[in-house]
Design a protein around this ligand. Structure first.
Ligand SMILES: [Zn+2]
Length: 59
């Protein structure tokens, strides 16, 4: 399991301390390091390494 899938699994289990909000197609999390205050990331629910690997309605 990769780091991103690991984090998504932690969100599902309620153990990811960086989780902010669930959206329709993914999750909002804050970055592990806050070099830039408020830095956030969007993790797609279905982890892919390239955008073109997603179905059109997931983009
Ligand atoms: Zn993954």
């Amino acid at each position: 399991m990769c780091l991103i899938c690991d984090r998504i699994e932690m969100i599902k289990q309620g153990t990811n301390p960086y989780f902010v909000k669930e959206l329709e197609t993914g999750y909002v999390v804050i970055g592990d390091n806050q070099h830039f205050k408020g830095y956030t990331l969007f993790l797609c629910k279905e982890h892919k390494t390239e955008l073109f690997q997603l179905e059109y309605n997931q983009k």
